[in-house]
Design a protein around this ligand. Structure first.
Ligand code: ADP
Length: 450
């Protein structure tokens, strides 16, 4: 049997391996999942919630141990890895409360007809997930799918199979058999899973793979939820608190080495304050200690692999060849590590101004006014997150941005209970929130005479 080896991106050391699931076994696994689904649905949302909440405690109490595995396998700073796991565990109870509300039958009467709206599970959900939040990304798809009564076959990223398997094992301590199963491998396993007898595909990953999945799902109109990449802008207005904006820009550009779908990838600053803003950004960048995620004080870990590093370095080189200036970082890269870099004079003629970077690069473009900033911020096929820093005019500028999630003087993440939603080519359907949970269900209406 072939195995999938998982390497530490900081050292190149082998962390462990899992067996690759042979393609012809995938339909058999999906059939097991389907056989388990009816009983799982019939348990009802309260019992399902009881079981899932039991996993919550295990996630929190094992966060340190699992966090170490996550960092070894993926590279992010240990504290962030532990935080990722804890936050998943801590959120389950609230999540279940939302799912209960979202799936409660609703009665509507018009005097002649009495109808009940139900939100039933689709059946079997294929969850296909990436490596950048290798515990949280599976969780964000698996939890609502299970909570609403679907069974799940998870195919995690081939870069991070070990922490994903640990996630599956942990949940399987509390779940009935076959309710959550895993398939390991790369694109081939993903393709076979998409084409198999599943009802819903919940995917987080690149726009290109999202398009393949949408096309493959169209043959029998499978339901899809696609959470794709972005090219998130940060618009700084003239009256912004520049120190706070620069701190945000550095954190949001360099967190997880920029390997976050809502990383700040483009920064638009008015000419009048650009010099001051860039100075502050460079100062913040100097605080971003590069190193192994297991070393104390590391703020920025390695890229996930050499391919991703080469992509980032090639974008920087192309930008410089077209006139961008390196004002911080830009050299001293080694192995999979890319030094946090600040570029100015970035334009949309450069790949780094248009295409997803997913690396620790802050790209600054000077603009004449708010209109130009908004026009450039919206000049992208993507539409995941966007952020505006500013005073009085910030709220109005925010409403002119065409992303799905927009933050004012903060990250784009919304309050508890709001959706995670990408506009345009950053997503199709969405998850989280009452409406998001319903996207894991089939709406049905049963009517009778009143
Ligand atoms: P990333 O590079 O961020 O991991 P990808 O979109 O390449 O993003 O991969 C996300 C997930 O999709 C991974 O689990 C990967 O193995 C899987 N995958 C890649 N190609 C396909 C495909 N054609 N069909 C289904 N799954 C795929």
């Amino acid at each position: 049997m072939t195995t999938l080896e998982s390497f530490n991106p900081a050292t190149g050391a082998l962390v462990g391996e899992v067996p690759v699931t042979p393609s012809d076994e995938i339909p058999v696994i999906v059939a097991r999942s389907r056989a388990a689904q009816r009983a799982w649905q019939e348990l009802g949302v309260d019992r399902r919630g009881d079981l899932l909440c039991r996993a919550s405690e295990a996630m929190v109490s094992r966060a340190e141990k699992l966090g170490k595995l996550l960092t070894e396998e993926m590279g992010k700073p240990l504290a962030e890895a532990i935080g990722e796991i804890k936050s998943c565990g801590e959120g389950i109870a609230e999540h279940m409360r939302e799912v209960t509300e979202a799936t409660a039958p609703e009665v509507i009467e018009d005097g002649r007809t009495r109808s009940t709206i139900y939100h039933d599970p689709y059946g079997v959900c294929a969850a296909i997930t990436p490596w950048n939040f290798p515990f949280a990304m599976p969780h964000w798809m698996v939890l609502p799918a299970l909570a609403t009564g679907n069974t799940v076959v998870l195919k995690p990223s081939e870069e991070t199979p070990l922490i994903a398997q640990a996630y599956v094992d942990l949940l399987n301590e509390v779940l009935p058999p076959d309710v959550l199963l895993a398939v390991h491998g790369a694109d081939d396993q993903g393709k076979v899973l998409v084409q198999s007898d599943v009802d819903l595909i919940a995917f987080t990953g690149s726009r290109e793979t999202g398009k393949h999945i949408m096309a493959a799902a169209s043959t029998d109109l499978k339901r899809i939820i696609l959470e794709l990449g972005g090219k998130d802008p940060l618009v700084v207005l003239e009256d912004a608190d520049l120190a706070t904006a620069a701190k945000f820009a550095a954190n949001s550009s360099f967190r997880n080495a920029g390997q976050v779908c809502v990383s700040t990838e483009r920064i638009y600053v008015p000419r009048s304050v650009s010099e001051k803003f860039v100075d502050l950004l460079v100062q913040e960048t100097a605080k971003m200690k590069l190193g192994s995620g297991l070393e104390d004080g590391t703020r920025v870990g390695p890229m996930i692999n050499a391919r991703q590093r080469d992509h980032v370095l090639a974008q920087i080189d192309e930008a410089v060849s077209k006139g961008a200036k390196v004002v911080a970082g830009g050299e001293g890269h080694r192995d999979n590590f890319v030094v946090p870099t600040v570029l100015t004079d970035v334009t949309h003629d450069m790949s780094i101004g248009r295409d997803e970077t997913f690396g620790p690069v802050a790209c600054v473009t000077v603009v004449d006014d708010e209109d130009e900033a908004v026009r450039l911020a919206n000049d992208t096929p993507f539409g995941l997150g966007a952020v505006v820093f500013g005073g009085e005019r910030a709220a109005e500028a925010a409403r002119r941005l065409t992303a799905g999630m927009i933050g004012i003087n903060k990250s784009c993440g919304g309050a508890e209970g709001t959706p995670w939603v990408g506009a345009r080519q950053s997503g199709y359907s969405f998850h989280s929130s009452k409406d998001g949970h319903r996207n894991f269900t089939q709406t049905r209406v049963v009517s009778m005479n009143a």
